[in-house]
Design a protein around this ligand. Sequence first.
Ligand SMILES: *Cc1c(COP(=O)(O)O)cnc(C)c1O
Length: 368
Amino acid sequence: MKQSIYITKVKIDKIEKRAMERVFDSGMIVQGPKVAEFEKKFAKFCGAKYGVAVNSGTAALHCACYGVGLGPGDEVITTPFTFVASANAILMAGGKVVFADIEDETFNIDPQQIKKKITSKTKAIIPIDLYGHPYDYQSVKKIVKKKKIFIIEDACQAVGAEYQGRKAGTLGDIGCFSFYATKNMMTGEGGMLVTKNIKFAERARMFRHHGQSEKKRYQYFDLGYNYRMTDFVAALGIEQLKKVTKLNQLRIKNARYFLKHLADIKGLILPKTKKRIKHVLHQFTIRVTPDFPLNRDKLVDYLKDKGIFCGIYYPQPLHLHPHFRRLGYKKGDFPVAEKISREVISLPVHPYLTKSELKYMVKAIKSI
Ligand SMILES: *Cc1c(COP(=O)(O)O)cnc(C)c1O
């Protein structure tokens, strides 16, 4: 029987609706006590000291750049194999985007490539925990040690992931999260940054609120934006946070099923998890190499025909888009990212998949 299996599924349960309703009924719907509660609980979950809630992951990244004092003339190193927001935040803060290629094993920024890109103007590095696998913190930390270079971890895809027992978001000076609808924990739109540094937290709080100190209203210290989160969004976030470990566990279980049943198919490379890492499988991304009977795009079409809707994250690395080519980047600059973007396909791995859907997907792929 033909089914329709999508890459993501949004479910908001009764408890979550009720929590939002209570905020509506209170009449206090903008940033208030629920946002403060969400910040505290989320920071605690991450093992960080402070949380600053905002209205998107992009806003969190922008606040983080401002938080560490990034400005015109500063260079920031990041990967071209990510969602555009990671790089745009640098531009929004007036910085210069410096790309460094990725490792093909984890799809994350390659510390050895970072080394080659560091100059006296390097102010920060934004590594991404792509698909929910934390970046190689120790190697990057070793490179920036003794230099005044900040690490802003883009953990938007990695809530609850762990690196040697430490939660994603604490692997650097500031960690940024997104609660966009498709993320492992979500509030429709929303974001948060976490940090152990009060100065960064206070700067971010000011930046999300038009440059006002939240203690002294109507005194403007600097340019800021309106990046505030509302209390009903925070109420949903508080409930989602209670569920996220369970939801992540279901993703991990689904991934294990694929790893077991898709192993040893010639031409497919399955995702790997490095030692002492908890991968939270925001995406289950496999590589389709020339040894497989179909190329990646043909495989996407074949599966679509069977009602299986996969994702391609990302079909083209950032440096090849007009927006970044304008900075002088060209084809051939980042060969690993370019190769990987032709090979990747993400299979549905979300928590609400049924056993029969998993079986159906495995069967469809095996029949090729
Ligand atoms: C989702 C995402 C963002 C941006 O989050 P928004 O909430 O959509 O603004 C940034 N970086 C990465 C890696 C993401 O996956």
